[in-house]
Design a protein around this ligand. Sequence first.
Ligand code: SF4
Length: 63
Amino acid sequence: MNTKTLVVVKGNCPQNHPCPSVPICPVDALKQNGFNAPTVDLDDCIRCGKCTNFCPMNALVLV
Ligand code: SF4
């Protein structure tokens, strides 16, 4: 079992654009309200890491 969790590092997100990681999440666990930093539904997230590779600001990290 993957014990990692996805953390949104708001301080790394400029919050001025549509998050490129939201549409690539395979289980639709990422949501974005306006240009705010995205939020993750950890009940849905399967810790695949795709979003962490897609965010150029390293605002999405698996720890
Ligand atoms: S780790 Fe995978 S499942 Fe979880 S939010 Fe990121 S893309 Fe979605």
